[in-house]
Write a protein that binds this ligand. Structure first.
Ligand SMILES: CC(C)(COP(=O)(O)OP(=O)(O)OC[C@H]1O[C@@H](n2cnc3c(N)ncnc32)[C@H](O)[C@@H]1OP(=O)(O)O)[C@@H](O)C(=O)NCCC(=O)NCCS
Length: 178
């Protein structure tokens, strides 16, 4: 029995790992036939949400998506492969890592396109935040991602405080000069 069948138990990373493959069509691309960055972010969000749904078995909303570098272009007709894993569950939020590759349909080569970390928040039917099941990392890679996710959470929190102070300082300057 998969550990995700019992809501009381800690979940394994393998319980919620998710994968999506998309063929890139003209509607997904810019005027040069390359996948649009925003469209790639959409696919990343959807794949990450699948893992978050499977881990929490409730509704989730995207709270944040970290910095993304677009490392390699994706062309019309290519296959885009996305894989998502939950890195760590907190109280009502969880961090999911998503990695995307492009596969050339004719020669089957695969290249890394982009990676991102997303934070999802679990909510119930009425939009109230709900506690998420614990994550139990098993392999060395899962344990490393679990530890790193806490560092990234602290970094996000520090950034949020810094941005808030910056906004307050700007508002004070605006008030003093108006
Ligand atoms: C995400 C959201 C539910 C957080 O609500 P909030 O009242 O700010 O929540 P809190 O500050 O109490 O934080 C709740 C949890 O979310 C996390 N969180 C909130 N904002 C976050 C952010 N910007 N990045 C990462 N985590 C965040 C907190 O760390 C906390 O996690 P924990 O319970 O595991 O400790 C709320 O901002 C929201 O509904 N945003 C819109 C979501 C949405 O529509 N997404 C789709 C994109 S348009």
């Amino acid at each position: 029995m998969s550990s995700s069948e019992n809501p009381q138990t800690a979940r394994l990373v393998s319980d919620s790992q998710s994968e999506m493959t998309e063929i890139i069509l003209p509607n997904d691309t810019n005027t040069l036939g390359n996948l649009l960055g925003g469209r790639l972010m959409h696919f990343i969000d959807i794949t990450g949400a699948m893992a978050a749904y499977r881990h929490t078995r409730t509704h989730v909303v995207t709270a944040s998506m970290d910095h993304i570098d677009f490392i390699h272009p994706v062309h019309v007709g290519d296959l885009l492969i996305l894989k998502a894993s939950v890195n760590r569950a907190f109280r009502t939020s969880l961090e999911v890592g998503v990695k995307a590759w492009v596969e050339n349909t004719f020669n089957s080569t695969r290249l890394h396109v982009a990676s991102a970390y997303l934070v999802f928040v679990a909510i119930d039917q009425n939009g109230r935040r709900v506690q998420v099941p614990e994550l139990k990392p098993v392999t060395a890679d899962e344990q490393r991602r679990f530890a790193d996710a806490l560092l990234r959470r602290r970094h996000r929190e520090a950034e949020a405080v810094r941005r808030k102070k910056e906004r307050q300082a700007a508002a004070e300057v605006a008030a003093a000069t108006s």
